[in-house]
Write a protein that binds this ligand. Structure first.
Ligand SMILES: CC(C)(COP(=O)(O)OP(=O)(O)OC[C@H]1O[C@@H](n2cnc3c(N)ncnc32)[C@H](O)[C@@H]1OP(=O)(O)O)[C@@H](O)C(=O)NCCC(=O)NCCS
Length: 171
């Protein structure tokens, strides 16, 4: 199971014992109201953690817990996972509100993308965001991702970004 380190962050695979943390995280409207799954009740949160664990078992990568490198405090999640509906690998991230505005999501996502391209050799990684989620658009652009659809899955409230091996560096 791969651990990634950046200047300020430790990214480690999600573990079974993270369930209580994710029940709170996925129940937080500040984190989840703009995301695909929306705010989750504790039972659904547990199902999502189970799915993340299964993804790691099946693919050897998935969602990482994003923690403070200095003290291990949980900040959020970031990773790449198989997106059934699009049959593609999708970048996903979220941070608790107290850790935002310091470039940490970009730092985590850059480490994940570098790993996806360099080690996992994924040829395509996509990201789906709400059309109104300009913070997320900015992050995806900083990663070198390209806006390829303003109507993915026939949903004009979403946008789709792509990073292909031909799109250039993630910096
Ligand atoms: C999206 C999220 C992870 C961003 O975390 P973060 O650590 O604050 O992000 P970063 O600091 O790395 O980057 C944010 C960028 O957006 C910019 N930004 C902030 N507010 C903005 C706005 N209203 N419009 C456009 N850009 C904005 C910042 O200036 C920064 O860009 P810069 O480095 O060029 O200055 C966090 O807000 C979050 O968890 N949101 C809820 C979950 C979510 O939206 N997940 C993504 C679903 S697709």
């Amino acid at each position: 199971m791969t651990i990634l380190r950046t200047e300020r962050l430790l990214l480690r695979p999600v573990r079974e014992e993270d369930v209580p943390t994710f029940e709170a995280f996925y129940g937080d409207p500040e984190v989840m109201s703009v995301r695909k799954y929306g705010v989750l009740d504790p039972e659904t949160a547990r199902v999502h953690v189970r799915a993340m664990l299964d993804h790691w078992d099946k693919h050897g990568f998935g969602m990482w817990v994003v923690a403070d490198l200095a003290d291990g405090v949980f900040m959020g999640e970031c990773g790449v996972r198989w997106q059934e509906e699009g049959a593609e690998f999708e970048l996903s991230y979220g941070l608790s509100s107290q850790f935002r505005g310091r470039g940490l999501a970009t730092e985590a996502a850059r480490a994940v993308i570098d790993h996806a391209r360099g080690t996992l050799k994924l040829e395509r990684v996509v990201a789906i965001a709400r059309s109104s989620n300009h913070v997320s658009h900015r992050i995806l652009e900083k990663l070198g991702m390209e806006l390829i659809s303003r109507n993915p899955f026939g949903r004009p409230d979403l946008v789709k970004y792509l990073l292909s091996t031909r799109t250039g560096a993630s910096s």
